[in-house]
Design a protein around this ligand. Structure first.
Ligand SMILES: *Cc1c(COP(=O)(O)O)cnc(C)c1O
Length: 231
């Protein structure tokens, strides 16, 4: 049973890596420049262990509780990424578990993260989350807010601002996600005149190939990895 499950996950992982490689070929990119973060928020812990066994080292959770529960269960070389809404009162307990925060979506969180990291003589690698679709349900700085706050964000002593992150609107017709990814890449190009921003964290199960075509260096994939696609 668990051997079967391992095979399902191996096949899903191979398929996703193949799709990443293909999207890279289309744009003459090196597949090694795209990191796959396995989003484990809906996956049972056994599956997380199986992915580790299959060589995955980057795992993403969208809730602090998920990180508290899971980070201690995996070997130390697993890297944990916070990708979801981060309440400031959970920052202190969570940052020792984290390698990367994708979802710096507001000034108060940036300040709280920076203060907690600076106190430990640490600069945590982050991407700043941009909300380019205007959806109220999603966090993130608007284009204008981000341009205004950027100088102050990169000056925060506990943050190592490496790039930008966004989520496209969920679309049946995935081509319609492309303008959001193009917009993030172009915002990055503008802001990178002030501070280097090599990382673009964009693309999920539905739309990661298009995100890679538009320059994603990190894709965050959950359901395509854990779903049983063999049936
Ligand atoms: C859940 C989640 C993902 C992964 O979504 P899937 O569609 O399951 O691949 C990626 N990024 C964020 C911020 C998420 O919350």
């Amino acid at each position: 049973m668990s051997e079967e499950r391992l095979e399902v996950l191996r096949n899903n992982l191979d398929a996703i890596r193949g799709r990443i490689a293909h999207a890279c070929v289309l744009r003459n990119r090196d597949p090694d420049d795209v990191t796959l973060v396995a989003v484990t928020k809906y996956a049972p812990l056994d599956d997380v262990h199986r992915l580790y066994e299959l060589g995955v080292r980057d795992f993403g959770e969208s809730r602090p509780q998920g990180l508290w529960d899971r980070q201690p269960q995996l070997p130390f070389d697993a890297r944990w990424h916070m990708i979801g809404r981060f309440q400031t009162n959970k920052v202190r307990r969570t940052i020792p578990l984290l390698s990367f925060v994708h979802s710096v979506d507001r000034w108060s969180l940036a300040e709280a993260l920076s203060a907690a990291c600076a106190q430990r003589d640490r600069r945590i690698p982050v991407t700043i989350q941009a909300n380019l679709t205007g959806e109220q349900t999603k966090g993130g700085f608007s284009d204008e807010e981000l341009r205004q706050s950027f100088g102050r964000l990169v000056d925060l002593p506990g943050l190592d601002v490496q790039g930008l992150m966004t989520m496209a609107r969920h679309e049946e017709e995935i081509e319609r996600c492309r303008p959001t990814f193009e917009a993030l890449a172009s915002l990055r190009d503008d802001l990178a005149k002030q501070h280097p921003l090599p990382v673009l964290s964009m693309g999920m199960s539905n739309d990661f190939e298009i995100a890679i075509e538009e320059g994603a260096t990190i894709v965050r994939v959950g359901s395509a990895l854990f779903g049983d696609t063999s049936t």
